[in-house]
Design a protein around this ligand. Structure first.
Ligand code: F0G
Length: 459
C-alpha cells in the first residue's frame, strides 16, 4: 500500500482557524520568534508533539461517560489495572498523571548520588529526573544512530559493548537499573529489536540489574519488529508486546503517546517491595493508589486506548503516514533522518541550510519559516534546545545534530494534511538561500528554548 488511507472515518470535526501570512508575521514577531509562545489557535497544522495530542475514538469517549469518580476503588481503576497486566504482564500497576511522574517516583526510590543509569538515549525528562538525583544518565545507543543517513532497521538498539564497558567502569552496584526507550524518541523515533532486548536482558541478568523500559511508544516499536525482524511476521502485535515486556522488570509509561489519550501514565513493576514503597510516595504526591492523579474517566479512556493501539490496521496506517511524509521529502532531496521513525520526521537542518552557522540557529530559522509560510508548527531540536554556555568551560556549546522535528499526532491529521506539510517544506527548500539566522535577545538559564526571545539577524 503506497497511500496510507485512514482506517477510520470522521464523526466530529474541529474547525481550524486560517490565518494570513501577514497575520502570522506579526504573531511570530510578538512571540519573540519562539513557537512555544504562539497562541495554538493561530496554527494550521500543529506538529509540535505527538504527546497528549491524540484524537480519542468514539469507544473512548463512551468510556469517559462511564467514569466512576469514587475516591477509592473506582471500577475504571480495575479495568485500567487489568488491561495493563494483560498487555504487559507486570504484577503491580501504579497510575500517574503523566510519564515523568512515573520516572520521578521510580528514581526517587532507586537512585542515590553517584549512581549511573544507562539507556539507549534518555529522553529529556528522564535525563533531568536522573540528574536531579545527582546520578549520571548515560546514552549507550549504537553508533549508527548518530548518522542521519545510515539506513539501519533498528537504529534504537543499545550497543552491548558500550553497556558492558559502563558496567566494567562503574561496577554493577552503582547501576540500580538499566533502561531501554521504545521507540527511541531522542534518536528519531527509531525502534529497538527483540534480539537487542534479549541481549540487554542477558547483560542485566548477568549482573543482577533490573531492566526497566520507557514504554511510551511500545506499540509502534512492536509494529516495527513485526515488519522488520525475522520470525515475527506472523505474530500478533499483542504477542510481540508481551514478549518484549517479558524481558523487563517494569516500565514507565506516558499514556499520552501510545495510550491514545490526552493525559495519563503509569509505572509498572514486578518487585512487590519496591511497588509498596512507591505506592506510599504516590499517596503523598499524586493521589490515592486507585486514581494516582487522574479522574476515573481518564483511567477508562487509557484502558480502552491501550487496547485500540494494538490494532494492526491502525498501526500500519500510523507508521505509514509518518513514512509517507518522510518519503515525499526524500524524493525532493530534503535531508531527513533515515529510515523514517514511528512518530515523527526529523529534518537535518544543518545540511538543508549550510549557509546559516550553527550559532545562528539554522533549525529555528526553518521552524520560523514553516510557520510564517504555511502556519505549520514544528520544533527545533538543536542549538536553541541543547546549546548555551557550558557550565564547566563557560564556552558556547553546540549539539552534534541540528534537527527540526515534525511530530505527528495520532489519528488527528489526514494524509492530505501531510501532503500540504511536504509541499510547504519543499517550497521553502527551493528558496532556502533567502532564510536568515537568528540571535537571542532573552534567555533563561535552564531549558532556554521554552521561553527564549529571538530576532532575525540583520543582513
Ligand atoms: N519518555 C519519552 C520517551 C518521551 O517521549 C516523553 C515525552 C516522556 C518520557 C515524558 O512523558 O510528557 O507524559 O511526562 N515526550 C514528549 C515529546 C513531551 O514531545 O516527545 P510525559
Amino acid at each position: 500500500m503506497k497511500f496510507p488511507a485512514e482506517p477510520f472515518r470522521i464523526k466530529v470535526v474541529e474547525p481550524i482557524k486560517i490565518t494570513s501570512s501577514e497575520e502570522r508575521d506579526e504573531l511570530i514577531r510578538k512571540a519573540g520568534y519562539n513557537i512555544f509562545l504562539l497562541p495554538a489557535e493561530s496554527i494550521y497544522i500543529d506538529l509540535l508533539t505527538d504527546s497528549g495530542t491524540s484524537a480519542m475514538s468514539d469507544n473512548q469517549w463512551a468510556g469517559i461517560m462511564l467514569g466512576d469518580e469514587s475516591y477509592a476503588g473506582s471500577k475504571n481503576y480495575y479495568h485500567f489495572d487489568q488491561t495493563i497486566r494483560d498487555i504487559f504482564g507486570f504484577e503491580h500497576i501504579i497510575p500517574t498523571h503523566q510519564g515523568r511522574v512515573a520516572e520521578n517516583l521510580l528514581f526517587s526510590n532507586l537512585l542515590k548520588q553517584g549512581d549511573v543509569v544507562p539507556n539507549n538515549i534518555h529522553f529529556d525528562t528522564t535525563r533531568a529526573n536522573v540528574e536531579y538525583h545527582q546520578a549520571v544518565a548515560l546514552d549507550c545507543v549504537i553508533d549508527q544512530a548518530r548518522i542521519p543517513s545510515e539506513p539501519h532497521p533498528f537504529k534504537g538498539n543499545m550497543d552491548i559493548e558500550k553497556l558492558e564497558a559502563v558496567i566494567a567502569k562503574y561496577g554493577a552496584p552503582r547501576l540500580p537499573l538499566i533502561m531501554i526507550t521504545v521507540t527511541n524518541n531522542s534518536g528519531g523515533g527509531q525502534p529497538v529489536s527483540m534480539q537487542n532486548i534479549r541481549e540487554v536482558k542477558a547483560v542485566a541478568q548477568k549482573y543482577n540489574i533490573p531492566l526497566i523500559f520507557d514504554a511510551c511508544r511500545f506499540a509502534e516499536n512492536a509494529f516495527f519488529i513485526k515488519e522488520r525482524e525475522d520470525g515475527y511476521e506472523d505474530k500478533s502485535i499483542k504477542e510481540i508486546v508481551r514478549e518484549m515486556f517479558s524481558h523487563a522488570d517494569g516500565c514507565t509509561m506516558s499514556a499520552k503517546k501510545d495510550g491514545l489519550v490526552n493525559i495519563g501514565g503509569f509505572l509498572a513493576l514486578n518487585n512487590a517491595k519496591l511497588a509498596e514503597k512507591i505506592t506510599n510516595m504516590l499517596i503523598l504526591i499524586e493521589g490515592f493508589p486507585t486514581y494516582g492523579g487522574l479522574a476515573g474517566r481518564d483511567l477508562e479512556a487509557i484502558a480502552r486506548g491501550l487496547q485500540e493501539v494494538l490494532d494492526e490496521n491502525y498501526l500500519r496506517f500510523r507508521i505509514n503516514q509518518t513514512r509517507y511524509l518522510g518519503e515525499m521529502l526524500i524524493r525532493e532531496d530534503i535531508p531527513i533522518i533515515q529510515p523514517v521513525g514511528g512518530h515523527a520526521v526529523y529534518i537535518d537542518a544543518r545540511s538543508l541550510l549550510p549557509h546559516i552557522p550553527q550559532a545562528e540557529f539554522p533549525g529555528q530559522s526553518l521552524v520560523i519559516e514553516l510557520y510564517k509560510q504555511a502556519g505549520i508548527r514544528a520544533v527545533e531540536i538543536g542549538t536553541l534546545m541543547f546549546g548555551g554556555l557550558d557550565p564547566q568551560t563557560g564556552k558556547e556549546r553546540f549539539p552534534e545534530l541540528e534537527l527540526v522535528r515534525l511530530a505527528i499526532p495520532r489519528r488527528v491529521y489526514t494524509s492530505m494534511h501531510m501532503q500540504y506539510v511536504a509541499e510547504a517544506i519543499i517550497e521553502i527548500a527551493r528558496n532556502r538561500s533567502a532564510l536568515r539566522g537568528l540571535e537571542i535577545v532573552y534567555q533563561a538559564q535552564m531549558l532556554r528554548h521554552f521561553t527564549a526571545r529571538l530576532k532575525p539577524k540583520a543582513n
